[in-house]
Write a protein that binds this ligand. Structure first.
Ligand SMILES: Nc1ncnc2c1ncn2[C@@H]1O[C@H](COP(=O)(O)OP(=O)(O)OP(=O)(O)O)[C@@H](O)[C@H]1O
Length: 752
């Protein structure tokens, strides 16, 4: 133990020295090398890299080193959260003193067995508290080796079980010390495309997905630090629950978001009925919206032309003229807003021709009397006529995605009356956007085209200002001549002239210090380097369209469990989800061991699904609590009985969740001091009140399920599998069949 403590002390001394260095390096990196663009870019890259190193160094305090492998050749490596080498001054060879858990050399720590020792003699787990080594657990992998350390762990899973038995904190922690072999294979899977990780409750899908993100960031740092990784989770409480895992592994280039947060500028906090969410999520919505956009490209009715007053004579915008302009604009295949100038151009052109024809016709049949200059002048007047603009805006309006979707939802088309009335929503404030609207907004943005002309114009004006300033400084202004971009000669001259001025102007540009993840969050068209989707079974076809747009490389990890699907719009099969995007070029993996739920609880939960799906195979639990779940029938006030049971169950350490139908929440919250009913539960409290769907992905030491007959089967399965220790059920209505059968079979206790 002493020599391990000395080794760990040495590692921390190195971390402290590196941290001091990184702190001053970050300060230095803020100053650019020279004032060139190259200098600034290098400064930004250095700053990002050093800030990342500092974050990683700061994150390791407390559990820097957790393992050691002794090889058959007599060498040993310590394994930790980061890689460390000796200081160059002390050791010119810079010998590695700690191996990053993600490095290939660390792999045997996770994979070696007595059967396949991978060159190892021994595997050691170090447990530390702060910087102090408190326990050692050794596994002998070379069975012929008779040397003993006195720290042998014959079962080999003491450290794993200690971590599984630890009281929960309301925040998920990393599993880097105890990643199991089947999980390690997924975390490090070399597959570059879509990897599906399927597994029952508690099999570590979320943990594995997050560690895979950390691994990929290590393996492909160059690309992923620039493009960022997106992690999509089902709701904000879940994101808060998993939010500390990647920072604890020293990773920051990750954006955690719910579907409702993936359309920048819109906060989708509203809720839909199950029916409305299902309709909005259907694949057909893409075509329906496409046609709805076409509906916004209108023409006057035949025989009912628009008459536009004009100084040189009224203009007649009739069906024929508008239809030709519309066909020409549509033929560009550009999105609606980007095709609009083509429509406008055609209309103005045709109206000009109309006027030229009317004014300039030679009564004696000769050629038109107007010359090119007259015609150009007429065209300019028409193009500047506000009534012409208004007519064009009426026929082919410039629309934002928000306006368009709000309009569509206020008068839905191409849906059955039943579906239309489920989604119909009067145009009100933006606070009404729901997560199921986000993919519709995204689809609309694609169909309409990014209307960033105002932003571009502002940026261009700013750039021109900087250029003008720089030009003044450089004294390259050409007398009184101002830049005219209308004729080629001045354009060539202007372009030539401003090259130096532009370089100069760049020096005045503000550098963008945001991280890739921050920039990605604000940019709808950002292409992420890798996308991880948790609870992937819940997403609708329309949501998949959005996510696939965010990941053109199709480098994705999708984790989920079809048996836990609760959303009506969720896509049932991986084939159905993926076929439209990657055909059959995706890989499927399974996790079959449940690390969360004790055997007794899992058995009861599995009975609920098996009642509907005979032959259902649940994951097998890695441990047992020795206590059967209890089920109690209440004849009086259910909320009062639940509050009483909760008070008796609330642990000193760890967390208790009451999972109850929403209709009981207000009554329960009134009876339980400090408990809040609401959409955004605080999971760090000792007692948490949740509706079944809010419990998705979460876990608690103890769980109390109230009135299970009111839950859909998949929701009940989720609720029953949240407990790491004990489960109790209270009900007034008769139990669902699966549960009553399980009680009859002796899988639960029935206390009086
Ligand atoms: N190798 C491991 N070492 C320690 N703990 C682990 C390991 N694998 C999983 N766990 C723990 O098991 C619990 C369940 O893991 P996780 O939430 O990732 O499962 P899941 O498959 O996503 O479950 P669900 O489908 O119910 O959301 C977590 O507390 C996690 O930390």
């Amino acid at each position: 133990m002493r020599s391990e403590q000395e080794y760990v002390d040495h590692l921390y001394a190195r971390v402290d020295a590196l941290r001091r260095w990184a702190e001053s390096a970050v300060a230095q990196a803020q100053v650019p090398d020279g004032n060139t663009k190259q200098g600034r870019v290098e400064r930004d890259v250095r700053l990002a890299e050093r800030t990342r190193s500092l974050t990683a160094l700061n994150s390791v305090d407390g559990s820097l080193c957790f393992g050691r492998i002794d090889l058959a050749d007599g060498t040993a490596h310590h394994i930790g959260r980061i890689g460390l080498r000796e200081d160059e001054e002390d050791d010119p060879e810079r010998t590695p003193i700690l191996i990053d858990w993600r490095a290939p050399a660390a792999r045997p720590f996770y994979l070696a067995t007595g059967h396949t020792p991978m060159g190892l003699r021994r595997r050691r787990h170090l447990t530390t508290q702060g910087r102090t080594v408190t326990e050692l657990h050794d596994e002998i992998l070379d069975l012929g080796d008779t040397a003993r350390t006195g720290h042998e762990d014959p079962s080999g899973d003491t450290v794993l079980l200690a971590s599984l038995n630890a009281a929960r904190t309301g925040r998920m922690s990393d599993i880097v010390r105890t990643i199991q072999a089947e999980q390690d294979r997924i975390i490090r899977a070399p597959h570059r495309g879509v990897l599906v990780v399927e597994g029952g409750p508690g099999t570590g899908k979320t943990a594995v997905a997050l560690h895979r993100a950390a691994f990929l960031l290590y393996e492909h740092r160059e690309l992923l630090a620039r493009r960022a990784v997106l992690v999509v989770g089902p709701n904000p409480a879940f994101l808060a629950y998993i939010g500390e895992v990647l920072p604890s592994l020293g990773e920051t280039g990750v954006l955690l978001a719910t579907l409702g947060e993936l359309f920048p500028g819109v906060e989708a906090r509203g809720t839909d009925s199950a029916h409305a969410a299902e309709v909005k999520g259907r694949a057909e919505m893409a075509e329906i919206l496409r046609l709805a956009v076409r509906d916004r490209q209108q023409v006057p009715e035949p025989g009912e032309p628009m008459i536009i007053p004009n100084d040189d004579g009224d203009l007649v915008l009739d069906w024929h003229l508008a239809d030709e302009a519309r066909e020409a604009a549509r033929a560009t295949s550009l999105p609606h807003n980007l095709a609009r100038p083509h429509f406008a151009f055609r209309v103005v052109d045709a109206l000009t021709a109309q006027l030229v024809e009317r004014i300039g016709t030679d009564p004696y049949g000769g050629p038109n009397l107007l010359g090119p200059d007259d015609i150009a002048q007429l065209g300019k007047t028409i193009a500047a006529n506000p009534d012409v603009h208004a007519a064009i805006a009426q026929l082919w309006p410039d629309i934002s995605p928000q306006e368009f979707v709000a309009d569509y939802l206020s008068e839905p088309t191409r849906l059955s009356e039943e579906d239309a009335s489920a989604v119909r929503r009067p145009r009100t404030s933006p606070a009404d956007w729901t997560p199921a609207d986000t993919p519709l907004l995204d689809e609309a943005a694609e169909l309409l085209g990014e209307d960033d002309s105002a932003r571009q114009a502002a940026a261009e004006a700013e750039r021109q200002e900087r250029v003008a300033y720089a030009q003044g400084v450089l004294e390259v202004a050409r007398g009184s001549e101002s830049f005219e971009f209308e004729d080629t000669e001045s354009e060539v001259l202007a372009a030539h002239d401003i090259i130096d001025a532009e370089r100069m102007a760049e020096r005045h540009e503000e550098a963008d210090h945001r991280t890739a993840a921050e920039r990605a969050a604000a940019d709808r068209t950002w292409a992420f380097g890798h996308v991880i989707v948790d609870e992937a079974q819940e997403l609708s076809p329309m949501a998949w369209r959005l996510l696939m747009r965010r990941c053109p490389s199709r480098s994705m990890t999708l984790v989920g469990d079809p048996a836990q699907t609760s959303e009506e719009s969720g896509v049932g099969s991986w084939e159905d989800i993926l076929d439209p995007y990657v055909g059959d070029r995706w890989e499927h993996t399974r996790l079959d061991v449940n690390y969360r739920t004790p055997t007794e609880v899992m058995e009861l939960a599995a009975a609920v699904v098996a009642a509907e799906r005979p032959g259902f195979a649940p994951p097998s639990s890695v441990r047992s609590e020795g206590a059967l779940p209890w089920i109690r029938q209440v004849s009086g006030d259910l909320a009062a009985a639940a509050a009483e049971a909760a008070a008796a169950e609330t642990p000193q350490e760890g967390r208790l969740a009451i999972i109850a139908p929403r209709r009981l929440h207000d009554d329960l919250a009134a009876l339980l001091p400090g408990v809040v009913a609401g959409a955004d539960p605080d999971l760090t409290r000792h007692l948490v009140l949740l509706a079944p769907r809010q419990a998705k992905g979460l876990e608690f030491d103890r769980v109390l399920v109230v009135e299970p007959a009111e839950f859909a089967t998949s929701d009940l399965y989720v609720a029953l599998t949240r407990a790491t220790r004990t489960l109790g059920i209270l009900h007034r209505s008769p139990l669902p069949v699966g549960l009553s059968d399980a009680v009859a079979a002796g899988s639960a206790e029935r206390p009086d």
